[in-house]
Ligand binder design. Structure first.
Ligand code: NAP
Length: 321
């Protein structure tokens, strides 16, 4: 798998998929997307995004995941398949696995994960556990099909979580109150979406990452919620009121609120109360992304917060996991 590997992305039009598309194209890989056809109810920005990605060099095939023969014929044209399908479509990746199996030429498959390390995190509330179970099912189906894989555990997307936890677009408010989950002392790993996309594409073409899990836990991005709020408070030079939601309150909330808010609460509980992302030690057998690619200058949380002062990230409605 060299520089000319052809990369096909499922979900290229999504929140993370567009970072992946840009990373793959800018690293010089012929990059393809398999996307469902545009619908009349699509927001005009979707068409603009696709035109922009095409102008960068993305080749787009349109089709449904159910069109098995079409999916197989597109997969036969490429070497590597990366999925960034949305959470509700995770189990649909069985269709991609079946197509890869039939095509028989794919050298690496990266399923849509980019969150907590699903085989090692513990203590998830049911709404989040269901999501982790689905990701595990896709891992096991990939392995049973004998497809070479890389799994990417991105932990928390930086832009996404900073936007959610610190609400930087409200930085000028005189009465800023932020919610702290649990004691706020549990550490999490926040990784910029651009960096996770670069790590994913690099790992997809790296023999060292074949049939391995890549874990994004770079030392400069391990931070607790209290540390994050204190850093932000210092940067904006105004006091921030902390409103703590205890573990018990979060558990109760996750049972009371409707889907998909219950999933969001359960994720926050797992990351910031259970400290799940840092709950297991990495050994020399593990592949930590910043150690695997020490030449890559990843965005530190410190630099990102400075950037947020001038350009706060746009709040997103994508479902995180
Ligand atoms: N660690 C974190 O902090 C974090 C945060 C967010 C997401 N994630 C993970 O990142 C991955 C991608 O999530 P995302 O938020 O980027 O997803 P997203 O923006 O909601 O959507 C991703 C893609 O799924 C496609 N899709 C949706 N429904 C489909 C269907 N019925 N058939 C075919 N394609 C369909 C969308 O295509 P259309 O453009 O046609 O709708 C889009 O390209 C997920 O695995 C998620 O768990 C992690």
């Amino acid at each position: 798998m060299g520089e000319r590997s052809k990369i096909l992305i499922f979900g290229a039009s999504g929140y993370f998929g567009r970072y992946l598309s840009k990373a793959s194209i800018s690293m010089g890989y012929p990059t393809y997307a398999y996307l469902r056809p545009l619908r009349p109810d699509n927001h005009p920005s979707k068409l603009q995004l696709l035109k922009y990605l095409q102008s960068m060099g993305l080749t787009i095939y349109h089709g449904e995941l159910e069109e098995h023969d079409k999916v197989v014929s597109v997969i036969k044209e490429v070497d590597i398949v990366i999925s960034a399908l949305a959470v509700p479509q995770h189990l649909d990746q069985i269709k991609i696995i079946n197509a890869i199996k039939e095509a028989g030429n794919v050298k690496r498959f990266i399923p849509s994960e980019y969150g907590n390390e699903v085989d090692r995190v513990k203590g998830a509330l049911p709404a989040f556990q269901k999501l982790l179970d689905n990701k595990q099912r896709i891992r096991r189906a990939t392995e049973e099909a004998g497809i070479p894989f890389t799994y990417v555990s991105a932990n928390s997307f930086m832009s996404y979580f900073v936007s959610y936890l610190l609400r930087p677009h409200h930085r000028n408010s005189n009465h800023l109150t932020l919610t702290v989950y649990g004691t706020g002392e549990a550490k999490a790993a926040l990784n910029h979406e651009e960096d996770v996309a670069v790590y994913t594409v690099r790992a997809a073409t790296d023999p060292r990452a074949a049939n391995r899990v890549i874990i994004c836990r770079p030392p400069k991005n391990i931070i607790s919620q209290l540390e994050l709020v204190a850093s932000w408070e210092k940067l904006i030079a105004r006091p921030i009121k902390r409103n703590h939601l205890s573990s018990h309150q979060l558990i109760a909330l996750s049972q009371e609120v409707a889907f998909s808010d219950n999933v969001a609460i359960a994720i926050l509980h797992n990351i910031f109360v259970m400290g799940a992302q840092l709950s297991f030690e990495l050994t020399h057998h593990d592949l930590e992304a910043s150690q695997l690619y020490p030449d890559y200058n990843y965005t530190s949380i410190h630099d990102f917060l400075h950037r947020c002062l001038l350009h706060p990230p746009i709040p997103t409605l994508a479902t995180f996991a």
